[in-house]
Design a protein around this ligand. Sequence first.
Ligand code: LLP
Length: 418
Amino acid sequence: MDHFDYRHDVLHAEDVPLPRIAEQVGTPCYVYSRATLERHYRAYSEALGDHPHLICYAVKANSNLAVLNVLARLGAGFDIVSVGELERVLAAGGDPARVVFSGVAKRSDEMARALEVGIKCFNVESLPELERLNEVAARLGKVAPVSLRVNPDVDARTHPYISTGLKANKFGIPVDQAVDVYARAATLKNVRAVGLDCHIGSQLTELAPFLDALDRLLVLLDRLGEQGIDIAHLDLGGGLGVPYKNEQPPQPFDYARALLERLAGRDLTLLFEPGRSIAANAGLLLTRVEYLKPGETRNFAVVDAGMNDLIRPSLYQAWQAIVPVDTRRPRDPVLYDVVGPVCETGDFLGKERELALAPGDLLAVRSAGAYGFVMASNYNSRPRPPEVMVDGGRLQVVRRREPLEALWAGETLLPEGP
Ligand code: LLP
C-alpha cells in the first residue's frame, strides 16, 4: 500500500497534487512519500514484533539523506556497501552501531573508517577479505565484528542480473567452505565472528527460495555450534519483491512468520536488509510529454525523462507502470512507446502502453523510489533530476536539480599553448 492516489481525477502524493510539484520544481523529478516509507519500514518491524531484530535498510536502493533520515528517526539500521554510503548514513543522523557493511570489494580505507565509527558488523565475502580486515583492525587496535556472507546456492528465480545466491555468482563464501572460514576467523585476534549472513537476490516473489536458504544456514549453524562457534545474529539480507505490475510478493508479515516458525527455540537476533520493499513504491518519477510522434508501426510519446534518469526499463527490461497525472481530459487511448530524449534506441521507459495523451501532459512512472535516482547518470550531459519529499500537505526539495555547471565541475582544460 502506498500514499499516491487520485483525488478528483488528479494523482496526488499524500495531500499534494503532482501538477503543483511539476509547477514548482519542474520535470523530470522524483517524488517520494514519507508516509509510505514509514509504512513499509513498520511492516517489517511490526512483523518481527518482540523477536530481537534489526531492520537494516539497504542504502543502495535510495540513499537520499532525507530518506535515510526518515528511517533513522524510526530506529532503522542500515546496510551499506561503500564508505560513501557510510558517510551518507552518518550525515543523515543514522547510528553507526546499527550499520552492517556488505560488498565483495571493501577497500582497506573503507574498513578503517567503518572500524573508527564502530559499525555493528562487517559482512565478509571471502577469506582474503577476512584476513585483510584482521590486519586493518590490528593496525587500529580494534576487534572487527564479522558475519560471513554465505552463498547457499539457491535459485532466487528472479532476473539473472539481480540473482546473487547461486554458485555461479560472485557473492559470498560457498556454504560448504564456511565452517573452515569460521574456524580460521577464530584464530585471528582482531576479528570476532558474531553473525551469519546471506542475500540471495532481489525482487523475489516467492517465499520458497528464502526458506531453502534459511534451511541451509540452519544446518550450518548447527555444525558451527558443534565446533563451539556461537553465532548471535542471523542476517537474511534483503530481496523481498514488490508489485510492479501484478506480482503478488509475500508480505513482510508472512515472510517473518515463516522464518520465526523455523527459528523457534534458537536464541538468534534476526537482521534484514530490505531496500526495494521499503523504497520502490514510496516514489515515482514525474515526467512531461514533449512530443507525440505517430508512426506507421509504432506511436512514440517522447517525454523529458530518459534512461539516464531511470535506467531500470533499459537495463533489465523492467516493467514499471506509467500513468497519467490528470485523467480529466478524455481522449481516445492509443498504444505508445514512452521514450526519452537520450540518443539510444534502448532509451525507453515503457513500451506499448495504452495512454490518452496530448503534448504537455504529465505522466508518472510508478515504483521508482528504489534503484531510480541512485542509478541515474549524466549521460548525454543531462543534469540529474531533483528529488522531492512529500509529508502530508508539505513538500520539500530534498535534492535540487543539478545545475549545468555541475556537469563539468572538476574537469580542466589543458594548459594554453601548442
Ligand atoms: N543486501 C545486499 C547484500 C544486496 O546486495 C541488496 C541488493 C540488498 C540487501 C537489497 O535488496 P532489495 O531488498 O532491494 O531487493 N538495481 C537492481 C537491484 C539490485 C539489487 C542489488 N542488491 C534493480 O533495479 O532491480
